[in-house]
Design a protein around this ligand. Structure first.
Ligand code: UDP
Length: 236
Protein backbone atom coordinates (compact mmCIF):
# COMPACT_ATOMS: atom_id res chain seq x y z
CA UNK A 1 0.00 0.00 0.00
CA UNK A 2 1.46 3.37 -0.93
CA UNK A 3 1.97 5.79 1.96
CA UNK A 4 0.83 8.71 -0.21
CA UNK A 5 -2.10 9.22 -2.57
CA UNK A 6 -0.72 12.33 -4.28
CA UNK A 7 2.88 13.50 -4.48
CA UNK A 8 4.85 16.37 -5.97
CA UNK A 9 8.18 15.24 -7.38
CA UNK A 10 10.89 17.87 -7.85
CA UNK A 11 13.56 16.90 -10.37
CA UNK A 12 16.52 19.20 -10.90
CA UNK A 13 17.47 20.04 -14.44
CA UNK A 14 20.99 18.91 -13.70
CA UNK A 15 19.73 15.42 -12.93
CA UNK A 16 18.82 15.12 -16.62
CA UNK A 17 22.40 15.68 -17.79
CA UNK A 18 23.83 12.40 -16.55
CA UNK A 19 27.56 12.59 -17.18
CA UNK A 20 27.15 15.08 -20.01
CA UNK A 21 28.28 18.68 -19.61
CA UNK A 22 24.83 20.12 -20.34
CA UNK A 23 21.52 19.28 -21.99
CA UNK A 24 19.31 16.24 -21.71
CA UNK A 25 20.74 12.74 -21.66
CA UNK A 26 18.16 10.44 -23.23
CA UNK A 27 19.22 7.33 -21.31
CA UNK A 28 19.04 9.19 -18.00
CA UNK A 29 15.61 10.66 -18.68
CA UNK A 30 14.26 7.26 -19.74
CA UNK A 31 15.56 5.70 -16.54
CA UNK A 32 13.84 8.42 -14.51
CA UNK A 33 10.58 7.84 -16.30
CA UNK A 34 10.81 4.14 -15.52
CA UNK A 35 11.17 5.03 -11.83
CA UNK A 36 8.09 7.29 -12.09
CA UNK A 37 6.19 4.56 -13.86
CA UNK A 38 6.72 2.22 -10.92
CA UNK A 39 4.78 4.61 -8.70
CA UNK A 40 2.03 5.51 -11.16
CA UNK A 41 1.52 1.73 -11.47
CA UNK A 42 0.80 1.75 -7.72
CA UNK A 43 -2.03 4.22 -8.35
CA UNK A 44 -0.21 7.20 -6.85
CA UNK A 45 -1.12 10.58 -8.37
CA UNK A 46 2.07 12.24 -9.56
CA UNK A 47 2.85 15.88 -10.29
CA UNK A 48 6.35 16.89 -11.37
CA UNK A 49 8.25 20.15 -11.25
CA UNK A 50 11.44 20.11 -13.25
CA UNK A 51 14.32 22.58 -13.07
CA UNK A 52 16.30 24.07 -15.90
CA UNK A 53 19.86 24.21 -14.63
CA UNK A 54 21.08 21.77 -17.32
CA UNK A 55 20.13 24.30 -19.99
CA UNK A 56 20.21 27.69 -18.33
CA UNK A 57 20.58 29.04 -14.84
CA UNK A 58 19.60 32.62 -14.03
CA UNK A 59 22.36 34.79 -12.70
CA UNK A 60 25.04 32.20 -12.05
CA UNK A 61 27.24 30.90 -14.86
CA UNK A 62 26.27 31.86 -18.39
CA UNK A 63 24.17 34.85 -17.43
CA UNK A 64 26.90 36.94 -15.80
CA UNK A 65 26.30 40.58 -16.63
CA UNK A 66 22.74 40.01 -17.75
CA UNK A 67 19.74 41.72 -16.24
CA UNK A 68 18.61 39.31 -13.51
CA UNK A 69 14.94 39.18 -14.44
CA UNK A 70 15.73 38.58 -18.13
CA UNK A 71 18.12 35.78 -17.19
CA UNK A 72 15.47 34.27 -14.94
CA UNK A 73 12.88 34.29 -17.72
CA UNK A 74 15.41 32.41 -19.87
CA UNK A 75 15.80 29.94 -17.01
CA UNK A 76 12.05 29.44 -16.87
CA UNK A 77 11.93 28.80 -20.62
CA UNK A 78 14.64 26.17 -20.11
CA UNK A 79 12.30 24.35 -17.71
CA UNK A 80 9.67 24.29 -20.47
CA UNK A 81 12.12 22.45 -22.75
CA UNK A 82 12.90 19.95 -20.02
CA UNK A 83 9.20 19.47 -19.34
CA UNK A 84 8.53 18.73 -23.01
CA UNK A 85 11.40 16.22 -23.07
CA UNK A 86 10.11 14.56 -19.92
CA UNK A 87 6.53 14.36 -21.20
CA UNK A 88 7.77 12.86 -24.44
CA UNK A 89 9.87 10.28 -22.59
CA UNK A 90 6.74 9.41 -20.61
CA UNK A 91 4.78 8.97 -23.82
CA UNK A 92 7.39 6.47 -25.02
CA UNK A 93 7.04 4.55 -21.72
CA UNK A 94 3.24 4.55 -21.99
CA UNK A 95 2.70 7.02 -19.16
CA UNK A 96 0.17 9.75 -19.99
CA UNK A 97 1.49 13.18 -19.05
CA UNK A 98 0.30 16.75 -19.44
CA UNK A 99 2.58 19.79 -19.35
CA UNK A 100 1.15 22.98 -17.83
CA UNK A 101 3.15 26.17 -18.01
CA UNK A 102 3.18 29.06 -15.55
CA UNK A 103 3.98 31.33 -18.52
CA UNK A 104 1.52 31.38 -21.42
CA UNK A 105 3.07 29.82 -24.54
CA UNK A 106 -0.17 28.58 -25.94
CA UNK A 107 1.10 27.07 -29.20
CA UNK A 108 3.50 24.88 -27.27
CA UNK A 109 1.84 23.83 -24.00
CA UNK A 110 -1.30 24.63 -22.11
CA UNK A 111 -1.20 27.21 -19.36
CA UNK A 112 -1.45 26.24 -15.73
CA UNK A 113 -5.03 26.27 -14.49
CA UNK A 114 -5.39 24.72 -11.06
CA UNK A 115 -8.77 22.96 -11.52
CA UNK A 116 -7.54 21.46 -14.78
CA UNK A 117 -4.40 20.18 -13.09
CA UNK A 118 -6.51 18.64 -10.33
CA UNK A 119 -8.72 16.99 -12.95
CA UNK A 120 -5.73 15.46 -14.75
CA UNK A 121 -4.36 14.12 -11.49
CA UNK A 122 -7.71 12.55 -10.63
CA UNK A 123 -7.69 10.95 -14.08
CA UNK A 124 -4.34 9.36 -13.29
CA UNK A 125 -2.33 11.54 -15.66
CA UNK A 126 1.09 12.80 -14.64
CA UNK A 127 1.08 16.61 -14.56
CA UNK A 128 4.38 18.35 -15.31
CA UNK A 129 4.50 21.93 -14.13
CA UNK A 130 6.72 24.00 -16.42
CA UNK A 131 8.15 27.54 -16.17
CA UNK A 132 8.61 27.41 -12.42
CA UNK A 133 6.43 29.87 -10.57
CA UNK A 134 6.28 32.14 -13.63
CA UNK A 135 8.17 34.81 -11.71
CA UNK A 136 11.81 35.86 -11.75
CA UNK A 137 13.80 35.80 -8.49
CA UNK A 138 12.32 32.40 -7.60
CA UNK A 139 13.48 28.85 -8.16
CA UNK A 140 11.89 25.61 -9.20
CA UNK A 141 12.22 24.42 -5.59
CA UNK A 142 9.78 27.20 -4.73
CA UNK A 143 7.56 26.18 -7.64
CA UNK A 144 7.56 22.64 -6.20
CA UNK A 145 6.51 23.88 -2.75
CA UNK A 146 3.88 26.20 -4.24
CA UNK A 147 2.31 23.69 -6.62
CA UNK A 148 2.62 20.96 -4.00
CA UNK A 149 0.57 23.07 -1.59
CA UNK A 150 -1.92 24.07 -4.31
CA UNK A 151 -2.71 20.54 -5.42
CA UNK A 152 -2.85 19.19 -1.89
CA UNK A 153 0.15 16.88 -2.31
CA UNK A 154 0.94 14.96 0.87
CA UNK A 155 4.67 15.34 0.37
CA UNK A 156 7.24 17.11 -1.78
CA UNK A 157 9.79 14.59 -2.99
CA UNK A 158 13.07 16.34 -3.69
CA UNK A 159 15.25 14.21 -5.95
CA UNK A 160 18.95 14.86 -5.47
CA UNK A 161 22.24 13.20 -6.29
CA UNK A 162 22.69 12.03 -2.69
CA UNK A 163 20.27 9.70 -0.94
CA UNK A 164 19.19 12.11 1.78
CA UNK A 165 20.33 14.82 4.15
CA UNK A 166 23.59 14.04 5.95
CA UNK A 167 25.20 15.31 9.13
CA UNK A 168 28.10 16.54 6.95
CA UNK A 169 29.04 16.34 3.27
CA UNK A 170 29.48 12.57 2.75
CA UNK A 171 31.96 13.21 -0.09
CA UNK A 172 34.26 15.09 2.27
CA UNK A 173 33.55 13.41 5.59
CA UNK A 174 33.32 9.59 5.54
CA UNK A 175 31.85 9.54 9.06
CA UNK A 176 28.79 11.54 7.94
CA UNK A 177 25.49 9.82 8.60
CA UNK A 178 22.09 10.21 6.99
CA UNK A 179 19.16 11.60 8.92
CA UNK A 180 16.17 9.28 8.54
CA UNK A 181 13.97 12.15 9.63
CA UNK A 182 14.38 15.64 10.95
CA UNK A 183 11.90 18.34 11.95
CA UNK A 184 11.70 21.70 10.17
CA UNK A 185 12.97 23.41 13.33
CA UNK A 186 15.91 21.02 13.68
CA UNK A 187 16.81 21.50 10.01
CA UNK A 188 16.93 25.26 10.59
CA UNK A 189 18.90 24.96 13.85
CA UNK A 190 21.45 22.65 12.20
CA UNK A 191 21.52 24.73 9.02
CA UNK A 192 20.73 21.68 6.86
CA UNK A 193 20.26 22.37 3.17
CA UNK A 194 16.97 20.81 2.12
CA UNK A 195 15.29 23.22 -0.30
CA UNK A 196 16.11 26.86 -0.92
CA UNK A 197 14.99 29.20 1.86
CA UNK A 198 11.76 30.43 0.22
CA UNK A 199 10.64 26.92 -0.67
CA UNK A 200 11.55 25.62 2.77
CA UNK A 201 9.57 28.41 4.49
CA UNK A 202 6.52 27.74 2.34
CA UNK A 203 6.54 24.02 3.13
CA UNK A 204 7.00 24.74 6.80
CA UNK A 205 4.10 27.24 6.87
CA UNK A 206 1.85 24.83 5.01
CA UNK A 207 2.97 21.82 7.09
CA UNK A 208 3.92 20.09 3.86
CA UNK A 209 6.58 17.43 4.54
CA UNK A 210 9.63 17.13 2.29
CA UNK A 211 11.42 13.91 1.48
CA UNK A 212 14.96 14.14 0.11
CA UNK A 213 16.11 11.05 -1.79
CA UNK A 214 18.21 9.94 -4.76
CA UNK A 215 16.51 9.46 -8.10
CA UNK A 216 19.67 7.63 -9.26
CA UNK A 217 19.29 4.84 -6.74
CA UNK A 218 17.20 2.19 -8.50
CA UNK A 219 13.85 1.65 -6.78
CA UNK A 220 14.36 4.47 -4.27
CA UNK A 221 11.36 6.48 -5.47
CA UNK A 222 9.12 3.45 -5.07
CA UNK A 223 10.48 2.71 -1.60
CA UNK A 224 9.85 6.33 -0.59
CA UNK A 225 6.28 6.11 -1.81
CA UNK A 226 5.77 2.83 0.04
CA UNK A 227 6.90 4.58 3.23
CA UNK A 228 10.09 2.53 3.62
CA UNK A 229 13.31 3.81 5.21
CA UNK A 230 14.79 5.69 2.31
CA UNK A 231 16.15 9.24 2.13
CA UNK A 232 15.38 11.89 4.73
CA UNK A 233 11.94 13.05 5.79
CA UNK A 234 11.60 16.65 6.91
CA UNK A 235 8.47 16.87 9.00
CA UNK A 236 6.54 19.36 11.12
N1 UDP B 1 13.49 30.40 -12.44
C1 UDP B 1 12.81 31.57 -12.11
N2 UDP B 1 11.61 31.48 -11.43
C2 UDP B 1 11.06 30.31 -11.04
C3 UDP B 1 11.78 29.12 -11.36
C4 UDP B 1 12.97 29.19 -12.06
O1 UDP B 1 13.25 32.66 -12.41
O2 UDP B 1 9.98 30.30 -10.44
C5 UDP B 1 14.72 30.48 -13.26
C6 UDP B 1 15.97 30.83 -12.46
O3 UDP B 1 16.77 31.64 -13.26
C7 UDP B 1 16.63 29.47 -12.28
C8 UDP B 1 16.29 28.76 -13.57
O4 UDP B 1 14.98 29.24 -13.88
O5 UDP B 1 18.03 29.61 -12.13
C9 UDP B 1 16.30 27.26 -13.49
O6 UDP B 1 15.61 26.81 -12.34
P1 UDP B 1 16.38 26.10 -11.13
O7 UDP B 1 17.70 26.78 -10.89
O8 UDP B 1 15.45 26.02 -9.99
O9 UDP B 1 16.64 24.67 -11.76
P2 UDP B 1 17.41 23.39 -11.16
O10 UDP B 1 18.53 23.88 -10.26
O11 UDP B 1 16.42 22.60 -10.38
O12 UDP B 1 17.89 22.67 -12.38
Amino acid sequence: MPAYKRILLKLSGEALMGDDAYGINRAVIMRMVQEVREITDLGVEVAVVIGGGNIFRGVAGGAVGMDRATADYMGMLATVMNSLALADAMRVEGVTARVMSAIAIEQVVESYVRPKALQYLEEGKVVIFAAGTGNPFFTTDTAAALRGAEIGAQVVLKATKVDGVYTADPKKDPSATRYASVSFDEAIAKNLQVLDATAFALCRDQKLPIKVFSIFKPGALKRVVLGEDEGTLVHV
